[in-house]
Ligand binder design. Structure first.
Ligand code: ADP
Ligand code: ASP
Ligand code: MG
Length: 820
């Protein structure tokens, strides 16, 4: 065994219950060549309880007794599970004695009505209990182990940010303590120390990280492992930013900035002793020890300019402003000198170069103290009305940290762009000269969304889309299947990151913070579906965690269509094959188009006409490049196309309809196709696209549902349709006698109006030569006058429609900057 040490620190979450102690033991039992110093925290929650008890006693609240009892029971249970038998009994007896001691100390608080001095003595008992229990547990597992009460060794002078270590005394104490001690493993109480008078004190909340690095320095450890309950330092607080990533490496400076600005995983002071002796710090997960964790050392790799984000809440922003400040030397010194003297800790300062104002942030609970200090320092100026102090509380500071932000242009632009898109107002800005940190002060209410938006701005591809799919029927589910097959490739090749975060049927929906695993959406919908709520879905999709949100409506529902305007107005993009919205009132249509033209929310609906065939895009190209549309005519229904491609008079028309219905080529009720309404809607969409004020009610639709058959069951309808076969036969024969065929078409003529009807075409017309369920549209324009522009191909069916929806989604990604 080497004489060299390594230092471990286990936080409260790693010592909270018997299973956690087991995980800690396994880590310490792993073979090593080093002696192990093991700094421990109190079990999670114990320090909070102890401090609360002091507060209660000083307020004469007898509730602390209950807390003491519960605390004792918890310790008893833990001891019982980990070290049953005599050793455990002795440990529990000690805990009982100490809880009595605590009661005694609390009496002082009760009498003196103050918590100050008692708190330091009481707060550290949890560490004592953890150290003793872990030592007994490890000994039981065969380790050569002893424990140390850090108060016997570590001497500090408490200070505002972090206690200052008396290195000389502490080192001498440690040498003495260790003389004659040659155990392999030394468990040390974190958090606690003694002051220069020998009274117990602490290193401040979360201070056992600092203890670990102090002891690592005192023992000349080769490394420090801080074991906690996450896989390392993450790019942001994972409780607020679900997409946060584990950082492989950080420099000491980066880690310090992140910790100072609130990354709870590490105490900011912990870096200082490590820096001096260049001891690397690893942040690792007790519950996932094979994960590599985060390495914190002198200089981290600089592959990305921004490493992480952190935030501190409960901040007040003070703005001192006025002509008294201009050109007068020493104002800052007077101001900050006085604040320092009063014990106000200034977290951030920002001063404009005009010197007209100084703006700074402090903890909210010091705002009164700061304001009275400033009043007395600048009494004369304030009386003369040449200086004012404005205080804004309920603020949060958001810090962006990274060593190589300096020298990387565009970091600030990216940050402010992301905040602006999320609608976060920035109240003050500061960038340190090191450019390692940009801090912004924002409203506390915006904190979580600002953090998520800023994180997404740097960590996610700019084309990451949060997708909500409404209506996973034939088209919707086929789209999901297509997306599943292509999404990895799109992400890897083009950085287009498509995350389906919600799926909603007419009854139930599922949501997922990260993304729904597409192969499993059907099971999840069946097993976990909550009641469908489109407002909730929209709120969920429109998250700050992801740069863009889009709702894809694959229903045929009027209700869903009526929500597009709200969605677009709130910045959610909309993609739809649903014709309802574009064929509703003209006013609604116009508002949608207007809203969709604004860059912050796009509205795409190519698949409302002819599925994936490029019909609307072609039309738009013609119009936008100055061509003049003289007429559009087309076979716009796949079903009707099929029926008339087959109907040549040899078989009765009603039989063809029934066969098509049986094969599933028609709507469940074939009247929905035969009525011509669907074609009518497509005509309205095309007409509106070229600026015509057409509504469905204005359109003459020559439908094929005979009078009197509009109601009744489908079977009844199909039976009675046979009564009209002769009429149809006459029509087809008449056409044939002229060398023509029947086709059901929609036509749009800007001059003459629009119609939907059964017409006949000569056998050499393009409409006569189509196949199966083909759609065909012919554009007659000034440029394409003699020989019209024709778009033709399958224009219905789930595969092609879903493909068109997918293409619209990729078109959206292009609008958002992807180079596909
Ligand atoms: P311990 O009891 O081990 O000291 P803490 O609760 O003090 O653990 O710190 C770990 C917690 O810090 C994590 O569970 C996580 O929720 C939180 N945290 C906040 N910011 C970060 C961050 N940037 N990286 C990792 N964890 C963070
Ligand atoms: N137990 C102490 C606290 O909760 C110290 C620590 O956990 O780091 O603040
Ligand atoms: Mg901690």
């Amino acid at each position: 065994m080497s004489t060299q040490w390594i230092t471990h620190k286990f936080g409260g979450t790693s010592l909270a219950d018997a299973d956690s102690f087991g995980a800690v033991r396994d880590i310490l039992l792993a073979p090593t060549d080093f002696r192990q110093a093991v700094v421990v925290s109190a079990a999670a929650g114990v320090t909070d309880d102890l401090i609360d008890m002091v507060g209660m006693a000083s307020n004469r609240d007898t509730g602390y007794e209950d807390k003491a009892k519960r605390m004792r029971e918890k310790q008893a249970a833990l001891i019982g599970q980990l070290v049953p038998g005599g050793v455990g009994k002795a440990l529990l007896a000690q805990v009982d004695d100490e809880i009595d001691e605590i009661r005694g100390l609390l009496k002082t608080s009760w009498v003196m009505r103050t918590s100050t001095s008692t708190s330091d003595a009481v707060a550290g008992y949890g560490e004592l209990w953890s150290a003793r229990l872990l030592t007994a547990f490890l000994a039981d597992s065969g380790l050569d182990v002893t424990w140390m009460d850090a108060r016997e060794v570590l001497v500090v002078n408490p200070a505002e940010l972090a206690a200052a270590v008396d290195w000389e005394t502490s080192r001498a104490n440690l040498d003495q303590w260790l003389s004659g001690c040659d155990t392999d493993t030394l468990v040390i109480t974190g958090f606690v120390a003694s002051d220069s008078q020998g009274s117990p004190t602490t290193l401040g909340r979360d201070g056992s990280d600092y203890s670990a690095s102090i002891f690592a320095a005192l023992l000349s450890s080769v490394e420090i492992s801080i074991w906690t309950d996450v896989d390392g330092v993450l790019s942001a607080d994972p409780r607020l930013v679900p997409d946060a990533k584990v950082l492989e490496e950080l420099s000491y400076d980066e880690a310090m900035e992140l910790a100072y600005f609130g990354a709870k995983v590490l105490h900011p002071a912990a870096m200082t002793p490590a820096i001096r002796d260049e001891i690397p710090i690893y942040i690792r997960n007790t519950f996932n020890p094979s994960a590599p964790g985060t390495r914190i050392h002198l200089q981290s790799r600089t592959d990305s300019p921004v490493k992480g984000f952190a935030s501190i809440g409960a901040i007040a922003l003070l703005n001192l402003e006025g002509s008294a400040m201009v050109g007068v030397p020493g104002i800052s010194e007077r101001l900050f000198g006085a604040l320092r003297q009063a014990g106000v800790s200034v977290v951030m300062i920002s001063q404009g170069s005009s010197e007209h104002s100084i703006c700074f942030a402090i903890p909210e609970n010091q705002a009164h103290l700061a304001s009275s200090t400033i009043e007395s320092v600048f009494e004369t100026e304030q009386k003369r009305g040449i200086q004012t102090l404005e205080i804004t509380d309920h603020c949060t500071i958001l810090a962006v940290v990274g060593d190589s932000m300096s020298g990387t242009p565009g970091v600030a632009a990216n940050l402010f762009g992301a905040l602006a898109r999320a609608g976060v107002n920035v109240k003050a800005i500061a960038q340190g000269a090191s450019e390692r940190n940009i801090s912004v002060v924002i409203d506390e209410a915006d904190a979580a969304k600002a953090l998520r938006a800023a994180h997404a701005g740097f960590y996610l591809s700019k084309q990451t889309l949060s997708i909500g799919l409404v209506g996973p029927g034939h088209v919707g589910s086929t789209f999901l299947d297509q997306l599943e097959r292509r999404s990895d490739w799109l992400r890897e090749e083009f950085g287009v990151d498509l995350r389906v975060r919600a799926i909603c049927t007419s009854k139930v929906m599922i949501v997922d913070e990260a993304a729904i695993e597409l192969p499993r959406w059907r099971e999840r919908l069946a097993e976990e579906g909550e009641p469908a709520d489109l407002d909730e879905l929209a709120g969920y999709i429109h998250t700050e965690s992801v740069p863009h949100a889009v709702i894809i409506d694959c229903t045929a529902s009027e209700d869903v269509g009526s929500r597009y305007l709200d969605w677009l107005s709130s910045g959610i993009h909309v993609i739809t094959p649903n014709k309802r919205a574009n064929t509703g009132t003209l006013d609604y249509y116009r508002s949608l188009r207007e809203q969709g033209r604004r860059a912050d929310a796009h509205y795409l609906y190519e698949t409302t006409v002819g599925a994936a065939l490029p019909i609307l895009q072609t039309l738009r190209d013609l119009v936008q490049t100055g061509d003049e549309i003289q007429g559009i005519e087309g076979i716009l229904s796949g079903t009707l196309s099929y029926l008339f491609n087959n109907f040549d008079g040899t078989k009765p028309f009603s039989r063809i309809v029934r066969e098509a219905w049986e094969k599933g080529y028609t709507e469940p009720d074939p009247r929905d196709d035969l009525s011509g309404m669907d074609v009518g809607r497509k005509v309205v969409i095309l007409a509106r696209e070229i600026g015509m004020d057409l509504s469905l009610s204005d359109l003459e639709i020559g439908g094929l549902v005979p009078e009197g058959l509009e109601v009744g069951s489908v079977n009844e309808f199909l039976d009675r349709l046979g009564d009209h076969d002769d009429e149809m036969l006459t029509l087809v024969e008449k056409a044939r006698s002229r060398g023509e065929v029947l086709r059901f078409v929609g036509s749009i003529t800007p001059e003459k109006g629009c119609s939907v009807a059964l017409r006949s075409y000569s056998a050499d017309h393009p409409f006569a030569r189509i196949q199966l369920t083909d759609n065909i549209v012919q554009f007659q324009t000034r440029r394409y006058k003699d020989n019209p522009l024709v778009v033709q191909g399958p224009g219905a069916g789930p595969e092609v429609t879903a493909g068109g929806v997918f293409a619209d989604l990729l078109r959206l990604a292009s609008y958002l900057g992807a180079t596909l």
